[in-house]
Ligand binder design. Structure first.
Ligand code: PLP
Length: 390
């Protein structure tokens, strides 16, 4: 069950309806700049752009309502909202490293995080070591005197591999290293990394917060000091804050977040059980299924799991998987997740056809996102596509 203050956060916190004609829905302050009456007021604002309204690249009243709610959901002092999840990753990392520094990242983080570590930061003298995040000893071994950041993603969005957030946070704190966790899979409703001692939590708000596949956005939370630092040392230079209209779409998404996650969790449970007994399915990977290798850790640090499920299918060649994927009539083949519509990504879409190896279970993976449709509707679609595989 959700704590009761979630209802207050989603429906009231940060809103001041008397300021805007008692409108139930908050206004979109579609303005680029804010005017001052006196030079002294303007000077005061320039001294602290984080806490003043000057220009909407920085702060904006619609965005600020959203920031208050998202900070509270994460049990954080402060929050920044970006024009994509990738922007939140970039700003949180970039603001905290300089030439000669070192990062320890969990294996296989989100693709653009990996690109940042592998291709962008090395140009500025920042190196990254990847570790198997299932073992705390792997982090211990990888830490150097120059390590500034430990970067986590728990669960991973393909194989759902977890890290013990508390153990990594304790280790990092003792060494003076900043921890960042990508929490896109869980949202703050199902996991609050800061409660486990992590310094900064980020998520792609494109997924569950937006919830309707119509906005790209990212969220970063942490202490007031850290958010102020990120704001002034990366975010304002990149100019990658969210627009007032997209902030408003996220506010609208937040109103129904618990209801959508409830529905998606129920449907996903039904789909996991159905897939597990299906003759075409070799393995079902889902972090809150007892068969999941890190099931106990998942239960300990997550209060729920949502619509992402990966399966390994029985297939003798890639064509069978292609036929299955292209035969789905309602489940769309597309990236991302968190909207109303169910989705699938076959792993082989990231492989050159000649590289496909049927003996490698990873090549026979498909990742599903189950959305707001009825479970029976989804099963019928999957069944007719499975039937076409041979
Ligand atoms: C989608 C995603 C991101 C990036 O978010 P965007 O809003 O697409 O930039 C980051 N991490 C994970 C795990 C994601 O799935």
């Amino acid at each position: 069950m959700l704590p009761p203050d979630i209802s207050y956060i989603l429906n009231e916190l940060g809103e001041d309806r008397e300021e805007y004609f008692n409108a139930v829905a908050p206004p979109i302050y579609q303005t680029s700049n804010f005017a001052f009456k006196t030079v002294a007021d303007m000077r005061r604002a320039f001294e602290d752009e984080f806490n003043n309204l000057i220009y909407s690249k920085g702060m904006n009243p619609t965005v600020n309502i959203l920031r208050k709610k998202l900070a509270a959901l994460d049990n954080a002092e402060e929050c920044l909202v970006f024009n994509s999840g990738s922007s939140a990753i970039f700003a949180s990392v970039f603001a905290n490293v300089q030439s000669g520094d070192h990062i320890v990242s969990v294996n296989r983080p989100y693709g653009w995080a990996k690109k940042l570590f592998d291709e962008v930061l090395p140009r500025f003298g920042v190196a990254t070591t990847y570790v198997d995040g299932r073992e705390i000893e792997a982090f211990e071994r990888a830490i150097l005197p120059s390590t500034k950041i430990i970067y986590l993603e728990s669960p991973n969005s393909w194989d759902f591999v977890l890290q013990d957030l508390r153990a990594v946070a304790d280790l990092a704190r003792a060494e003076g290293i900043i921890t960042i966790c990508d929490n896109s899979y869980c949202t703050p409703l199902f996991q609050r990394p800061l409660d486990h001692g992590i310094d900064m939590s980020l998520q792609s708000a494109t997924k569950y917060i937006g919830g309707h596949s119509d906005v790209v956005a990212g969220v970063l939370t942490g202490t007031q000091t850290m958010m102020n630092h990120v704001f002034n040392n990366a975010m304002q230079n990149a100019g990658n804050g969210i627009s007032p209209f997209n902030a408003w779409l996220l506010l609208r998404g937040l109103r129904t977040l618990p209801a959508r996650l409830d529905r998606i969790s129920t449907t996903t449970r039904i789909m996991v059980d159905w897939l597990k007994q299906h003759s075409k399915v070799e393995q079902v990977i889902f972090p809150l299924d007892p068969s999941f290798p890190q099931y106990e850790l998942a239960q300990r640090q997550m209060s729920g799991a949502c619509g992402l499920v990966t399966i390994v299918v029985h297939a003798k060649n890639m064509e069978e998987i292609v036929t299955f994927s292209e035969s789905l009539r309602h489940i769309l083949m597309a990236v991302s997740w968190g909207g109303h519509e169910s989705l699938v990504i076959p792993r082989c879409a990231s492989l050159q056809p000649e590289a496909f190896d049927a003996s490698d279970p990873e090549h026979r993976m498909l990742r599903f996102y189950f959305g707001l449709e009825d479970a029976e509707y989804l099963k019928t679609d999957l069944e007719q596509a499975f039937a076409k595989m041979v």
